[in-house]
Design a protein around this ligand. Sequence first.
Ligand code: HEM
Ligand code: HEM
Length: 178
Amino acid sequence: MPDPLADGRYTLPARLFHWIVVLLVVAQFGVAWTMPEIERGTPPLGLIAWHLSIGAAILAVALLRLGWRLSHKAAPPPMTLSPALQMLSRAVHFLLYALLIVLPLMGWANAAARGWPVTLFGVIPLPGLVAKGSALGRAMGDIHGTTAIIFLVVIGLHVAGALYHALVLRDRTLQRMI
Ligand code: HEM
Ligand code: HEM
């Protein structure tokens, strides 16, 4: 069987997972910034409902993706980076995976504390992550919003890295993911 990693690209499932998550995360920030201000008693309707559903989908796809990543050999890293930049790149990838999981969990805890139902793909009801009224879940509201900003900064670093590969180093790193 030919080696699927022979041309140095990520495999098709890895690439699909990557770009599906990118689309969902872009949509999620768009919804988060246009949904109505959430106050005590705000009903989880319209864009807020979309925020919960897209967020749950991100968590599910991120977990599938991480499972795939840990059980399959990844394409070897590009040889164009100094050891220090290789470490930075690995740290950013690790943070991206961590935030893709922790950020939705925080949002889910806040939704549960508000007594809001969360469903996966609009059909599978998920259990409340914490009890309704939970102090921890309530505290997660602000922390979730702040962590989303940190996520945005890490994504910015990641995209800057991809552009650095494509425009300065002119290596094949970006092609590996396309
Ligand atoms: C990667 C996934 C996610 C991103 C990027 C994200 C992003 C955000 C952002 C930026 C805000 C602040 C909005 C504002 O400033 O008004 C927010 C609020 C919120 N998100 Fe998410 N979110 C994600 C996943 C989730 C999930 C999975 C849930 C629940 C199932 C959720 C529930 C909430 C709730 C309840 C709020 C309001 C918090 C409050 O103001 O007390 N989020 N989200
Ligand atoms: C929501 C935004 C994004 C997230 C959460 C994200 C997440 C990730 C993660 C976790 C990896 C590591 C893959 C692995 O080895 O397991 C990765 C790799 C990669 N991403 Fe992204 N990504 C995002 C946006 C982008 C964008 C916009 C671009 C292109 C401009 C991009 C280009 C790449 C490339 C080229 C790699 C491979 C890096 C390498 O081989 O060292 N990503 N991404």
